[in-house]
Design a protein around this ligand. Structure first.
Ligand code: ADP
Ligand code: ADP
Length: 226
């Protein structure tokens, strides 16, 4: 659990206008922010900088009171969920879930009980021995979420996690992700181009355009104006 402050966050890939242009954004502890805006406006670059997957050309990232922009991705206490699930194909569901705990200095028993707890939360407990190839799209997405959740990160980043799923599954996972976000009470930033996702999931919608934040407000304020 932690609040997040972006101050003057900037990324310039080459000359010309920065891809992310000195943005300021504060996200409260436990808040679910949905980041929207046209393709190329800088959403993904912003997430990647927060995760530590992209260098900054300026600004700072303060998570739970601590500047993290100089830390490696693994040291930031941030988890990112992508649309291509990046599960290990040769590992069972249980081992996929437990993998992120390996370097934590937990005992085997502690790891097992944490994996079991998260599997129950995601209703994966009947699928522990399966390999990813033997799972449905929705089940794979849940394993991907579970891999992030076991590590109990301070911040969750979602980069269009549902865009590869069919409409029915997307609706189901939308509800599921919101349920999980409430249960684990973790701060979340969720990038999507799907207006329905933004309207139904967001505590607050942040609209980016051309590397800047154009607007921010409740879903009602953003989508229901006269
Ligand atoms: P979004 O996620 O909103 O679609 P991105 O953050 O992916 O936007 O991209 C923002 C801008 O930065 C775009 O103009 C894009 O072309 C550019 N960009 C993104 N990644 C790179 C890269 N690796 N090298 C050069 N330009 C990039
Ligand atoms: P490792 O050598 O990495 O511990 P394991 O195959 O024993 O590899 O397990 C990987 C992770 O998954 C560990 O955290 C383990 O506790 C957990 N795990 C393995 N099988 C199960 C299971 N059936 N139920 C719950 N957790 C499991």
């Amino acid at each position: 659990m932690a609040d997040l402050h972006l101050r003057g966050l900037t990324r310039r890939y080459d000359t010309g206008r920065p891809a992310v242009d000195a943005i300021d954004l504060s996200v409260a502890d436990g808040e679910f922010v949905v980041l929207v805006g046209p393709s190329g406006c800088g959403k993904s670059t912003t997430l990647r900088m927060i995760a530590g997957l992209e260098p900054l050309d300026g600004g700072e990232i303060v998570l739970g009171g601590r500047p993290v922009q100089h830390l490696d991705p693994g040291a930031r206490d941030v988890a990112m969920v992508f649309q291509n699930y990046a599960l290990y194909p040769h590992m069972s569901v249980a081992r996929n879930l437990g993998f992120g705990l390996r370097k934590r200095g937990l005992s085997r028993t502690e790891r097992k009980s944490r994996v079991e707890e998260v599997a129950r939360l995601l209703e994966l407990d009947g699928l522990m021995a399966r390999k990813p190839a033997a799972l449905s799209g929705g089940q794979r997405q849940r394993v991907a979420m579970g891999r992030a959740i076991v590590r109990d990160p301070a911040l969750f980043l979602f980069d269009e996690p549902l865009s590869n799923l069919d409409a029915r599954l997307r609706t189901q996972m939308r509800t599921e992700i919101k349920r999980l976000a409430r249960v684990i009470e973790t701060t979340c930033i969720y990038v999507t181009h799907d207006q329905v996702e933004a309207m139904t999931m967001a505590d607050r919608v942040v609209v980016m355009r051309a590397g800047r934040i154009e607007q921010a407000g409740s879903p009602m304020e953003i989508y229901d104006r006269p």
